[in-house]
Design a protein around this ligand. Structure first.
Ligand SMILES: CC(C)(COP(=O)(O)OP(=O)(O)OC[C@H]1O[C@@H](n2cnc3c(N)ncnc32)[C@H](O)[C@@H]1OP(=O)(O)O)[C@@H](O)C(=O)NCCC(=O)NCCS
Length: 178
């Protein structure tokens, strides 16, 4: 296994401004444009961690709670939370700022998964992540559970093997109770 890398080494901060071409008919940012920015910032974080070509394997559910208005400044922060064999989970946070009104809100949080590949598109091994801060440790610890959930949903893992997931729902205990 290649040498570990600190989570902070993969951090990327990207700033964009919502321009007329990015908006819907209500003058709010189009969801697809935001997902594009999220994909780009997260891919750069995964590249920084792995120093490899990366491809998007999955994007966990993204909900659009707060609209982002025309003219807002959008900041996207991305960091690798944990690496497995060839895949890496990336945490993305999105903030929208109305600078003249001095208002800044967190609008989205999401997890994307990237896979490092060679020139032929075959998955290759990536370094492990070394979390340092309290937040990085919490994200690192939750990553295994989230990986199992997304692999079960993608029918790439048998739910019976999702040990970490089962432990949070206490499924075995419930079966015994029934
Ligand atoms: C992602 C991809 C490289 C996986 O290739 P594969 O032949 O299925 O390889 P494997 O089964 O060995 O899986 C490789 C890794 O991908 C992960 N993976 C595959 N599908 C996944 C999914 N839906 N969600 C999360 N992780 C996934 C596996 O868990 C594995 O991780 P690990 O090595 O850390 O254990 C391949 O499916 C691909 O190239 N997809 C297209 C990527 C792309 O074009 N993205 C742009 C968006 S359209």
């Amino acid at each position: 296994m290649t040498k570990k890398r600190f989570a902070k080494q993969s951090e990327v901060i990207m700033t964009e401004m919502v321009l007329p071409n990015d908006t819907n008919t209500l003058n709010n940012l189009m969801g697809g444009k935001l997902m594009h920015w999220m994909d780009v910032v997260a891919a750069i974080a995964a590249q920084k961690h792995s120093t490899r070509i990366v491809v998007t394997a999955s994007a966990d559910s993204i909900s659009f709670k707060h609209p982002i208005a025309l003219g807002n400044v959008v900041t996207l922060k991305a960091k690798v939370t944990r690496a497995f064999n060839s895949s890496m989970e990336v945490f993305i946070e999105v903030f929208a700022e109305d600078i003249p009104a001095s208002k800044k809100i967190t609008t989205h949080r999401a997890f994307f998964t990237f896979v490092a590949v060679d020139q032929g598109g075959r998955p290759i091994e990536v370094p492990e992540v070394e979390p340092e801060t309290e937040e990085e440790i919490e994200l690192y610890e939750g990553a295994l559970r989230r990986r199992q959930l997304r692999l079960v949903l993608a029918k790439r893992m048998d739910p019976k093997d999702a040990i970490e997931l089962k432990s949070i729902f206490n499924l075995d205990d419930k079966k015994e109770e029934i």
